[in-house]
Design a protein around this ligand. Structure first.
Ligand SMILES: Nc1ncnc2c1ncn2[C@@H]1O[C@H](COP(=O)(O)OP(=O)(O)OP(=O)(O)O)[C@@H](O)[C@H]1O
Length: 226
């Protein structure tokens, strides 16, 4: 589902963020990406949805080889991949409902389809009652739920989350993890960069550890230790 072959990323300032990574991630996996700050985790996962482009190497996602991906096909790729960030990145002037619907409106779904899909995902993340509220009226955990709802409303095959629990207290982080578990149980592949030791050690999944731009460990049910 996601293949990286000999991938390097050197930024314009000379920093080599990813220094030769080979990785294979199968459909339906749940993968934690761990490693010290500055290790290259964000760069590694950003390349999976073409937010960052490698300096060299091959990336193939869902059968699409990025090297030959035409610019006009990028929106199609992005629809197959939901993204969740540490700081939620919600649109402050839109309601909860509108934030989620927006992801569908840009791909021109019909109003009936939009309503049905948005209501379904808001129910899944437990926010049906807050659909008309604005982001600044919500707790951090609720805002992250909106962001997760937005990431899955297109029924993507992959959800990529960069530190999704980084701004949340431990109990809320735990609740958010239960939502990711549920999404994964439905067959969606999840790639999650995290510093949350407790979660990685308690909810066991494959762990890819990165340090100085290379994979230093890759094991199923691995623990957090860096
Ligand atoms: N756009 C950029 N331009 C230049 N250098 C960058 C850019 N983005 C990241 N870097 C550098 O690349 C290296 C890896 O950064 P990256 O954000 O991938 O690490 P990380 O493991 O995600 O760190 P953290 O856990 O702190 O988020 C760092 O040295 C960082 O300063």
């Amino acid at each position: 589902m996601i293949t990286m072959k000999n991938v390097y990323k050197k930024y314009k300032n000379g920093v080599v963020a990813v220094n030769g990574i080979d990785i294979e991630i199968d459909r339906g996996e749940f993968v934690y990406v761990v490693g010290p700050s500055g290790a290259g985790k964000s760069t590694f996962i950003k390349m999976m949805y073409r937010e960052d482009i490698p300096t060299s190497g091959d990336i193939i996602v869902n059968g699409i080889n990025f090297a030959t991906l035409r610019r006009k096909r990028i929106p199609y790729l992005r629809r197959k991949i939901g993204v969740v960030f540490q700081d939620f990145k919600l649109l402050s002037k839109l309601t909860v409902y509108e934030n989620v619907a927006y992801a569908l409106e840009v791909i021109e779904d019909s109003p009936v389809q939009i309503r049905s899909k948005v209501n379904d995902v808001l129910a899944l993340v437990g926010l049906t009652q807050k659909a008309r509220m604005f982001p600044n009226e919500l707790s951090g955990g609720e805002q992250q739920r909106v962001s997760i709802a937005r990431s899955i409303v297109n029924a993507p095959e992959i959800v990529i989350a960069d530190e999704p629990t980084g701004n949340l207290d431990p109990d809320t982080a735990w609740e958010i993890m239960q939502i990711f578990e549920q999404i994964n149980a439905h067959g969606t592949t999840i790639i999650m960069a995290t510093h949350n030791k407790d979660i990685v050690n308690k909810i066991r999944h494959r762990v890819i550890a990165i340090d100085s731009g290379i994979v230093t460990r890759d094991e199923y049910g691995g623990n957090y230790s860096l």
